[in-house]
Design a protein around this ligand. Structure first.
Ligand SMILES: [Zn+2]
Length: 201
């Protein structure tokens, strides 16, 4: 397994969970073809772990790295360890009354602010008021494994299937996180914090 490290493209940080063109067989995505809501984000895994190769595909997430950052409690943007608290972002979905995190995995507050400033999809969420930012004590979440469809027949790739198979043998995506303790944060405050940190560098 390759160690995760901060990564940039054309001088700007790229979330470590972002898929890169060098990792994806775009003609034939073989594993996760789940579309999330209106933004059509894909979480995908062709069994290649090569962040930084090619160009970043901001509307696709690398399945294996999503799992690893959550498991190791790393920031999904910079891949460094989270502190006692972190920020998670949801888009209005809930599970049993708690915020449901599908792609806004935990991150540092300044990293969240930079992502909110730079990402057009997050900006749209701010504009249409669907986006929610949460301050979360690190680890105060439950993982939900979502069962997914997978390529079968001549396109099936059992090597990849094995990678994403859960302990019960089901092919799972995600993880989705259900926040157990959470305090709302204003996106504006996070963006201002990031701007202050960057100005002080
Ligand atoms: Zn970070």
């Amino acid at each position: 397994m390759i160690a995760l490290a901060p990564i940039t493209w054309r001088g700007a940080p790229v979330p470590v969970i972002t898929m890169w063109s060098g990792e994806a067989d775009l003609r034939k995505p073989r594993v996760l073809r789940e579309r999330w809501g209106g933004d059509r984000l894909l979480i995908i895994d062709d069994g290649v772990d090569a962040p930084g190769v090619g160009r970043p595909l901001f509307t696709r997430l690398h399945h294996g790295r999503c799992r690893r950052v959550v498991q190791a409690r790393l920031c999904q943007i910079c891949a460094q360890p989270l502190g006692k608290a972190c920020i998670a972002i949801s888009h209005g979905r809930t599970h049993a009354g708690h915020p449901l995190i599908r792609d806004g995995y935990p991150m540092h507050d300044a990293c969240a602010g930079r992502a909110l400033t730079a990402c057009p999809a997050l900006q749209r969420g701010i504009t249409d008021r669907s986006l929610r930012c949460w301050l979360v004590p690190t680890g105060q979440w439950a993982r939900l494994w979502v069962k997914i469809g997978i390529a079968t027949g001549k396109d099936a790739d059992e090597r990849v299937n094995d990678m994403v198979r859960g302990t019960d043998g089901q092919i799972v995506s995600g993880p989705d996180l259900v926040l157990l303790r959470h305090t709302p944060m204003r996106a504006d405050d996070l963006m201002a914090l990031a701007a202050m940190e960057d100005a002080g560098r």
